[in-house]
Unconditional design. Structure first.
Lengths: 201, 95
């Protein structure tokens, strides 16, 4: 068999192998939806918790309760992500170059967000605009690399939200954050999920 | 005939495996089997040949109770694949 392979046949094998490769970016919808919902619920809960404690004038409880609401939803998203990933049969089967770069970008973005929270608390300011800025960068790069326009649009929303949030008070920033998440994560996430039954993205 | 074509790559299944691996970071055995439509035995033999030639890297690990074989192309494999494509292009060019 090896002796009879012609250059034309070789070329066909190479072409077929390449054309079969599908971008499994659509599986990314799970991450955008999980984190989108978790962060929207976290920011809205935090908003209502802060407003509630301001009303009853228990200011000393505001920070701890706000931190608690964020921690609960972020921990819940991490648990859901862990369970779904460990059950996924497709994971570890193949990793494209794009998968790897997108993964690296989001790991770095997550680390930067942690740093932003730490630095903001150090200088006694709200981290929301800085978190939105980092999210805008990571979403833009993901969207541009995968050529998925709703994500690029989402990153512009994050960028605008970051600028708007700077001029708002703490609790109002949380509402802007929730709206930005809906446009930046949820809408692209649902569009990605809908594309599962359609053409490849 | 076609003496200057790399004999390691000039085989239907090995060429298919390398063509897939050149486009991904890594792929496991089950994925390569599905994409190439080869039998486990044949694929296993060809993967071993590619590994022995230094064209691919093979890592075996256990996921739960199941063994998982992950393959990745090496720099040598990438160079040889490029040379192979150049060689077949030369044949295909109208003279």
């Amino acid at each position: 068999m090896e002796q009879t392979l012609t250059p034309e046949e070789s070329l066909q094998i190479i072409q077929k192998s390449i054309s079969n490769l599908r971008n499994n970016m659509r599986e990314g919808s799970f991450y955008y939806l999980t984190w989108g919902w978790a962060l929207i619920l976290a920011s809205l809960s935090s908003y209502f918790v802060i407003e509630h404690y301001i009303k009853i004038e228990q200011y000393q409880k505001i920070n701890i309760m706000s931190l608690l609401t964020w921690s609960i939803f972020i921990a819940a998203a991490l648990v859901v992500q862990f369970i779904v990933r460990s059950r996924s049969k497709k994971r570890d089967r193949v990793m494209t170059h794009l998968d790897r770069y997108v993964k690296i970008i989001w790991i770095l973005a997550g680390m930067l967000m942690g740093l932003m929270v730490f630095l903001s608390l150090k200088v006694n300011t709200y981290p929301t605009p800085f978190i939105l800025g980092v999210t805008a960068m990571a979403t833009a790069v993901s969207g541009l690399m995968c050529r998925f326009h709703p994500l690029v649009f989402g990153s512009v929303v994050f960028l605008i939200a970051a600028i708007v949030a700077i001029y708002l008070q703490g609790t109002q920033q949380l509402l802007v954050f929730a709206v930005a998440m809906a446009f930046g994560y949820l809408i692209p996430g649902y569009l990605l999920r809908a594309s599962k039954n359609g053409n490849n993205v | 005939m076609y003496k200057d074509l790399d004999p390691i790559l000039h085989s239907q299944l090995r060429l298919a495996v390398v063509s897939i691996l050149i486009n991904v970071e890594k792929a496991d055995f089950a994925y390569l089997k599905e994409e190439t439509g080869a039998s486990s035995g044949n694929l296993s033999v060809q993967i071993t040949r590619l590994k022995e030639a230094g064209y691919i890297e093979v890592k075996k690990k256990f996921k739960g109770n199941y063994p998982q074989t992950s393959c990745r192309i090496t720099n040598l494999g990438r160079e040889r694949f490029e040379a192979y494509v150049r060689a077949i292009s030369a044949y295909l060019k109208p003279k």
